[in-house]
Design a protein around this ligand. Sequence first.
Ligand code: HEC
Length: 112
Amino acid sequence: MKKSLGTLAGIVLIALSGSALADEQLDIGKKIYERAFGRGCGTCHDIASNPQLAANIKAGTLDRAKFEQILREGKGGMPKAMDEIMKQKVVEKAGYTEELAIDALYKYVSSK
Ligand code: HEC
């Protein structure tokens, strides 16, 4: 009995820390979105004439791989963004790798 209660408490703890991590990831993604290039990605992407990231993800035309490629290489009026992303304080503080930072940003943009 005691043992199964301990197991249950363990499962609850794991579930709680899992959701706290997910929240942290979203929060970091949001801060990158709002702060990269000084005024954030939204300076360009919240304007109707530029690609609408959340809508394109929902429509299935912008998957995680394409998202990453554009951030790394840039495209037309879209500047290369990896250096800008990695130098954000919030990314440094979390100790995120490039992969984790892109994950967080992609997750946040998907949730917009
Ligand atoms: C100076 C304006 C500007 C800023 C700042 C900017 N973008 Fe862009 N972005 C563009 C433009 C313009 C395009 C379209 C490029 C093209 O297709 O020729 C684009 C395209 C993209 C695409 C491809 C979209 C698609 O569906 O094909 C992604 C992904 C993207 N940007 C992500 C970001 C993210 C994330 C940030 C912030 C880190 C950001 N951009 C900051 C202007 C900007």
